[in-house]
Design a protein around this ligand. Structure first.
Ligand code: SF4
Length: 381
C-alpha cells in the first residue's frame, strides 16, 4: 500500500514512530518543542516536560463549538501547508466534538455532543469559535433548535476550562462593529460563570491555541493573562515592537502610497494605516500558515489591520493612522530576512522561537533603558 499506514498500526506504535511515519524526525520534533517552549515564555529546562505532554497518550477531551463566525479559525488550523501544527494540536487533544470536522449530522451529532459533555463533565476544554448574538433572545444563531446563548449556558458550566478562539469569540469581532444588529458579544460578556481565555485574531494563530493548551497541560494551570484575558506570552507585546519594518519607522522611511518606491522597498506602512503601533499580538514572531518568513500581513506589504484588538480591527477605518504607544526605538531590531518563500516547518519554527526570545530580551532591554532615561531625566529636573 505504498506509504499508507493503517490506523490500527499507528495505535500500536510509539509516538516517535508515529511522527517518523509522518516524516517528522525526533530531532525536528524536539526543535519544535524548544520553539514552542520559548514562545510560551517558559525556561529551556521545560522542553522535556513539554515534549512529554505532547507525547502523552492521555489526551484531554475538547469540545469545539461554532457560533456566529466564518470558520476561518478552524480553517487556518487545518490548512497549514506543513501539517505540523494541525497534527500536533490534534495529537495533544482528543477532539470529541466539532461541527466542522464531524462526519455525523443531525440527531447523531447532537447525541455525540451530549454524551461527551456528560462523560467528561468538569474535565473537558471548551473551545468556542464565534460571537454570541444576544438581540431578540439570541434568535440570530440557532443550532439543533437551541440558541447560542442557551448552548453556552448549558455546556459552559460543565467545562474544565473555556477558550474563546478568534476575535469574534473574544470580543464580538466583525459582527459586533456598528450598528451590530444581532447584538453580537464576546463569550466572556455572555458567560460569566468562569474565566474565559481569549485568543483574538482574524484568524487566531493555531500556535497560540497549541501553546495555551500545552501550557495548561504541562503546568496544570492557566498561563498569565493580561487585563483582556489574553495570554501574556502571546499578546504581551505590540506588533510594532517586533515588526521587521520597525527600523524604517524609526528612521522616518514611510511608504506613502501602495506601489510607490517606499512600498516596493519594504518601508514602514504606518502612513498607509498600519495598526501595529496599537495592536498587541505575536504575528511578526510566529507568522501564519507555516510557509516561511514574511507570511503575515505586514510581511506581504499590507498594513496591519488590528484584527486582534478590540476597538481597532473592524472599527477604525483601514486608512486611519494608528495611535503610537511606543515612540522610542528599540535597542535591538528584529532581523530582516532577505530570502523569502521557505516553508516554516519545525526547524524554522525553532528559529522563530529563538527570534521571539531575542525580541523579548530586546524589549526588556528597551524598557530598562527607557526607565533609566526616565530616572535620569527626573533626577536632572
Ligand atoms: Fe511595522 Fe506597522 Fe509599526 Fe511600521 S507601523 S513598523 S509596518 S508595525
Amino acid at each position: 500500500m505504498g506509504t499508507h499506514i493503517e490506523s490500527n498500526e499507528l495505535l500500536e506504535m510509539s509516538y516517535a514512530e508515529e511522527l517518523a511515519a509522518r516524516g517528522v524526525s525526533r530531532r525536528k520534533f524536539l526543535k519544535f518543542c524548544t520553539a514552542i517552549t520559548a514562545a510560551m515564555g517558559l525556561p529551556a529546562g521545560m522542553v522535556a516536560k513539554v515534549a512529554e505532554t505532547i507525547a502523552n497518550p492521555q489526551r484531554p477531551p475538547v469540545i469545539w463549538l461554532h457560533f456566529q463566525e466564518c470558520t476561518g479559525c478552524t480553517e487556518s488550523l487545518l490548512r497549514a501547508t506543513h501539517p505540523t501544527v494541525e497534527s500536533l494540536v490534534l495529537d495533544v487533544i482528543s477532539l470529541d466534538y466539532s461541527e466542522t470536522l464531524s462526519t455525523a449530522a443531525g440527531h447523531q451529532v447532537e447525541e455525540a455532543l451530549h454524551a461527551s459533555v456528560e462523560k467528561n463533565a468538569g474535565k473537558f476544554i471548551l473551545v468556542v469559535e464565534g460571537s454570541i448574538p444576544t438581540a431578540e433572545n439570541g434568535i440570530y444563531c440557532k443550532i439543533g433548535g437551541r440558541t447560542a446563548m442557551e448552548i453556552m449556558a448549558d455546556i459552559g458550566p460543565k467545562a474544565g476550562a473555556v477558550v474563546a478562539i478568534g476575535s469574534c469569540a473574544s470580543w464580538g469581532g466583525v459582527q459586533s462593529s456598528g450598528p451590530n444588529p444581532t447584538g453580537a458579544q464576546g463569550i466572556h460578556e455572555v458567560f460569566t460563570d468562569k474565566p474565559v481565555i481569549n485568543l483574538p485574531g482574524c484568524p487566531a494563530s493555531p500556535y497560540n491555541l497549541l501553546s495555551t493548551v500545552l501550557y495548561y497541560l504541562t503546568l496544570g494551570k492557566l498561563p498569565q493573562l493580561d487585563s483582556k484575558n489574553r495570554p501574556l506570552f502571546a499578546y504581551g507585546k505590540l506588533i510594532h515592537e517586533n515588526c521587521e519594518r520597525r527600523p524604517h519607522f524609526d528612521a522616518g522611511r514611510f511608504a506613502q502610497q501602495f506601489g510607490d518606491a517606499g512600498h516596493r522597498q519594504g518601508w514602514c506602512l504606518y502612513k498607509l494605516g498600519c495598526k501595529g503601533p496599537e495592536t498587541y499580538a505575536n504575528c511578526p514572531s510566529i507568522l501564519y500558515g507555516d510557509v516561511g518568513s514574511g507570511a503575515w500581513p505586514v510581511g506581504t506589504g499590507h498594513p496591519c489591520f488590528g484584527c486582534s484588538e478590540e476597538g481597532v480591527g473592524f472599527t477604525k477605518a483601514i486608512h486611519e493612522q494608528a495611535n503610537v504607544f511606543t515612540v522610542r526605538p528599540p535597542s535591538l531590531y528584529p532581523e530582516v530576512e532577505p530570502t523569502q518563500g521557505k516553508g516554516l516547518g519545525v526547524g524554522a519554527a525553532a528559529v522563530v522561537g529563538a527570534a521571539a526570545g531575542i525580541a523579548i530580551g530586546a524589549s526588556v532591554a528597551t524598557a530598562k533603558k527607557t526607565k533609566e532615561a526616565d530616572q535620569s531625566s527626573s533626577t536632572e529636573s
